[in-house]
Design a protein around this ligand. Sequence first.
Ligand code: CP
Length: 308
Amino acid sequence: MLAPTNSCRHFLKLSDLTAEEARSLIDRAIELKRMHKSGEDYRPLAHRTLAMIFEKSSTRTRVSFEAGMFQLGGHALFLSPRDTQLGRGEPIEDSARVISRMVDAVMIRTFKQETVERFAAHSEVPVINGLTDRLHPCQTIADLQTFYEHRGDIRGKRVAWIGDGNNMCHSFMEAAQLFDFELSIACPEGYEPDTDFMEAAGDRCTLVRDPQEAAAGAHLVATDVWASMGQEEEQTRRETAFGSFQVDDAVMARASKDALFMHCLPAHRGEEVSASVIDGPQSVVWDEAENRLHAQKALLERLIAPHQ
Ligand code: CP
């Protein structure tokens, strides 16, 4: 008989973790990466299934969750609204009730934070936010793992976010509170982070209009595409607004000498970042992408591995 899984606990935002849990998740991700690279056979999720619901296409999130479940001995099930009843008007609450009776956890990438929260409210198993319009917590865990691997503890360090006050920016704002670092955000007028995130972040986060000012003395500079999910139709308007917000050599020159550059990818060279920066020596974007795998394995283990 299979042992019961851990109690139903969702991961819809970074702040669903305590600071201690978040830090130990990073440590565990680093350890699981070491185990994987040294070829250790570790399958705590044997006979466990993760349902992956993708309302929007993905490379990193899909591959990392699917490979991660396989490596931990479990199975991942890909569900898209195009070929399930999810896209034909079945209420999200009913989908949650049904799917969660058949699998051990659910990962959802959806356009609205409200959808993932409604799903979680009716799910009998842990639900993981694989990106919404408001948050991308799985990416931020991988980003922090990458910083720890390259530079050690991020506590007390300075991070610059350049560009849209979007889901990634919001997750960095949550991370600043949880991991105790300073976040300087440079965004054009009209593209600020949501007010509730600004209020929650308090004096951990400052908002400026000049990318070079935000980058001054930063130990990490991060950005994202100018048009995120659901905003593709306004691409042209955004190119005008964001034109002076490219992370280029001049911006990186204002950062700390050993500053890292991160981008959650996919990236548009020549738009939000110059090729010289993303392909340059300070860029850790490939480690950052790889760490989606290890960070999510740590998360899956925490949420659905059976009690020892
Ligand atoms: N960074 C990220 O979430 O990538 P995908 O959209 O490819 O999953």
